[in-house]
Design a protein around this ligand. Structure first.
Ligand SMILES: C[S@@+](CC[C@H](N)C(=O)[O-])C[C@H]1O[C@@H](n2cnc3c(N)ncnc32)[C@H](O)[C@@H]1O
Length: 467
């Protein structure tokens, strides 16, 4: 696999000059180009690893962490690249640092730890010149009273890392790059070999997939992508902002992982049917239902996310009935032909896009979320018309939030039965259909010639028929 990743923030970046004398803390870091971005990266990593704050929140353009929002667009890109790379390779980076340190870091020296990890990510896996990464890390240490006395050690360790990086990368190549709790769980569920493949797949950032309203082939040509089984369009090597691409402004397509598009496809023909999307924002699946001609009610409990959904539908030129409500309080007095419950979950299937998930969530969250999902599913079943269907889905890799929970609910719902998928009707995705006839995708699936164009988000989806 490719070990050095280009990042958008580095293009055209002036090489930071060396500064010998260590100055007292200054009000601004403008004298050291790139220093603020490095400091922000270490801070973001600390928030994720030590405080379990999600990167989406920290890096929200408007409401994110001020250390991040204060940066230029290019520096934000650099921070994203440093933090996501640090998280993707954390077990290996930790092993390399441990091997290079003469003694373990003092307990509680967390800012020093995050500084070293983020600098190591640049040296080992990003196209940042080693001398810049080292100089800025030393500067960072010098400007932080907690780390200042370690500045010499930071310099020595990182310089050696730069000199020995090829051997270090080789020596740690077999170390799985996910936390132990996750690897153990993957191994228990999928077996050792598949667990290794999933762990490996999550080291690469995901390609960008689009769902197009029509003419996927034409858009593939225009945008330089390729059409996947069942119609999603993949932009494998895309870098930059999707909002600048043709077709964005006039709502010809929306961003949606190919696996996330499958739950709605399971309904088949939906034109003219009544459908409710119970956990609707940001609206990828609502848009699919609308594009296929269903009459859609979209329920969402978060006002902000409902606003975002409305904005997305406006751009796409779609209209749905929007309901701001906890779905547990949604009792419209009538049923629907189609009910979609794309439930909140641990999101462990999305770690290629969100490598922070494995550090902000753990086994206890999975148990808790499975309980929430069960409650939501039990209520969702009350909204299905006789002869109607419900699709339950989420982006967790854990059967506790999928197969096991659904089996529990079905056990005391004789009025519902599973509608198994027929593998022959899903060419190219046979591997993703379980023996129960449900979708169970993982990032290690959809293996295409180039690793950067391979993979799917981990998804679970089943369809239930009301008898
Ligand atoms: C996994 S996301 C849904 C993604 C969406 N289906 C799509 O494809 O774009 C889950 C959504 O459910 C919402 N949600 C969580 N609990 C809810 C509840 N009890 N009632 C309604 N919405 C809820 C969350 O705010 C979040 O927007």
């Amino acid at each position: 696999m490719k070990e050095k990743t280009k990042h958008p923030g580095q293009k055209g970046r002036p090489a930071p000059h060396r500064q010998k004398a260590k100055q007292p803390v200054e009000p601004s870091h403008a004298d050291k180009p790139g220093l603020e971005a490095r400091m922000a990266a270490a801070k973001m990593l600390a928030a994720v690893v030590d405080k379990k704050v999600s990167l989406d929140g920290l890096m929200d353009g408007e409401h994110g962490n001020p250390a991040y929002t204060a940066l230029s667009e290019a520096d934000r890109g650099l921070v994203r690249a440093i933090v996501t790379t640090s998280l993707r390779f954390l077990p290996r980076i930790e092993a390399m640092l441990n091997g290079l340190l003469d003694a373990p870091l003092p307990a509680g020296a967390r800012s020093l730890y995050h500084l070293l990890v983020t600098a190591a990510a640049q040296i080992l896996y990003l196209d940042v010149p080693d001398h810049s990464a080292v100089d800025l890390a030393v500067e960072q240490a010098n400007r932080d009273p907690r780390s200042r006395r370690f500045a010499g050690m930071v310099n020595a360790v990182l310089r050696r890392m730069g000199r020995e990086k090829q051997a270090l990368i080789e020596d740690t190549r077999s170390l799985p790059c996910v936390p132990d709790w996750f690897l153990n769980r993957l191994t228990a569920v999928y077996g050792a070999e598949e667990a290794r493949r999933i762990a490996e797949a999550q080291m690469l950032p995901a390609a960008i997939d689009l769902t197009v309203k029509s003419d996927a082939g034409g858009w593939a040509e225009k945008l330089g992508g390729h059409v996947l089984p069942h119609g999603s369009l993949r932009l494998a090597a895309f870098e930059g902002s999707v909002t600048a691409l043709p077709g964005y402004e006039n709502g010809a397509w929306w961003v949606q992982d190919a696996a996330a598009a499958l739950p709605v496809l399971m309904f088949g023909e939906v034109a003219g049917k009544t459908a409710v999307d119970l956990c609707a924002a940001p609206g990828g699946k609502t848009a699919q239902l609308l594009a296929k001609g269903a009459k859609v009610t979209a329920v969402e409990q978060s006002a902000n996310r409902l606003k975002r959904l409305k904005g997305n539908l406006d751009r796409l030129g779609f209209e749905a009935e929007l309901v701001h409500s906890d779905l547990l309080n949604f009792n419209p007095g009538h049923g629907f032909d189609l009910v979609l419950l794309d439930a909140p979950c641990s999101s462990t299937g999305t770690t290629r896009r969100h490598p922070d998930v494995l550090f902000t969530k753990g086994p206890a969250d999975i148990e808790k979320l499975a309980t929430v999902q069960e409650k939501l599913l039990r209520h969702a079943l009350t909204l299905v018309n006789p002869g109607g269907r419900l699709v339950f889905s989420n982006c967790s890799l854990d059967p506790k939030e999928g197969e096991e929970m659904v089996a529990r609910v079905l056990a005391d719902h004789p009025d519902f039965q599973r509608l198994p998928l027929d593998r022959q009707e899903w060419p190219g995705l046979e591997q993703a259909i379980s023996s129960e006839g449900e979708f169970r995708t993982t990032p290690a699936m959809l293996s295409l010639p180039h690793p950067y164009s391979s993979g799917l988000d981990g998804f679970y989806a089943c369809q239930l028929l009301k008898i």
